[in-house]
Design a protein around this ligand. Structure first.
Ligand code: 13P
Ligand code: ZN
Length: 273
């Protein structure tokens, strides 16, 4: 067996979480990640038949039965993941009945998956139903998105339109827009179900006064979506109290959509003239 510390997927996860911590998005244990791994990525490093322990999921994850994941641990600090992945991350397989996960590596100090596991796993189920290549769910407390949810309407059309207007490339990066949930209690199945409902239609879901969920086929894609929204939110927070002299019009957004071959979510732009 090769040393798992040299596995490319693990290096990628460690670097991503360190970067997010350095961006100031993931204070303390704020934020979490789950990433679908392929069996062939794991077998050079792990005996996938050696289960360390079973951890109950407390919800039905059976649509993911047999799938492998790397998941951040609950209560674990993003700050510490890079130097100590074995305590802060876990690699697991969803059991055949979907009632538990089989821990194969990590959570070495007795840890468990993130408390947002229902939101992650249920979002994976939603995204896989529309994109078989989907692999990543990323939750973070990015500062400006949270700030924006205090001062902006949480209507999805209005929220998305404002983000699209903040930087030219936003429409190109997330033409499908952002789903938005109001403040809800976190860490339970109810917010998991609500998030997964949004994820049937969106790759991004803002949690009011809390943070954001981003998804993608790769870590880069999920992170890229979130950082683009966060950048737009930052610009919004910088300009919101200033006189606006010009903006990007809907007509210009249509020109952009045509030029880049993207389809804005139906009804979110005013119809073309
Ligand atoms: P966990 O430490 O359980 O991952 O929770 C952090 C968080 O961001 C809750 O929404
Ligand atoms: Zn959170």
């Amino acid at each position: 067996m090769k040393d798992i510390m040299t596995a490319p997927f693990l290096t990628e996860v460690r670097k991503l979480l360190q970067n997010m911590y350095r961006l100031g998005w993931d204070e303390r244990n704020g934020g979490n990640l789950s990433y679908i791994l392929k069996e062939e990525e794991l077998t050079p490093y792990l005996d996938v038949y050696k289960v360390i322990r079973n951890i109950p999921t407390n919800f039905d994850a059976s649509p993911l039965a047999g799938r492998y994941f790397i998941v951040t641990g609950t209560g674990k600090y993003f700050k510490n993941v890079y130097d100590d992945p074995e305590n802060n991350l876990g690699i697991m397989r969803v059991s055949a009945d979907g009632q538990s996960v089989e821990l194969l590596w990590g959570y070495a100090d007795g840890g468990r998956p993130t408390s947002e596991l229902p939101a992650h796993f249920r979002s994976h189920i939603s995204r896989l139903s529309v994109d078989p290549e989907h692999r990543v769910v990323l939750h973070t407390h990015c500062t400006n998105v949270i700030a924006m949810t205090f001062v902006h309407s949480l209507d999805e059309r209005e929220f998305t339109r404002t983000l699209w207007q903040m930087c030219t490339e936003c429409l190109v990066v997330f033409p499908d827009g952002v789903g938005v949930l109001p403040w809800m209690l976190c860490g339970n199945d109810e917010i998991g179900i609500a998030t997964a409902e949004k994820m049937k239609e969106y790759r991004l879901c803002v949690w009011g006064m809390h943070g954001i969920f981003g998804t993608g086929k790769t870590l880069d894609e999920a992170f890229g979506l979130v950082e683009t929204v966060e950048k737009a939110a930052e610009i919004y927070v910088k300009i919101m109290n200033k006189p606006i002299l010009q903006t990007i019009t809907d007509e210009q957004l249509w020109i952009l959509a045509d030029a880049f071959g993207v389809t804005p979510r139906e009804g979110f732009l005013e119809p073309r003239k």
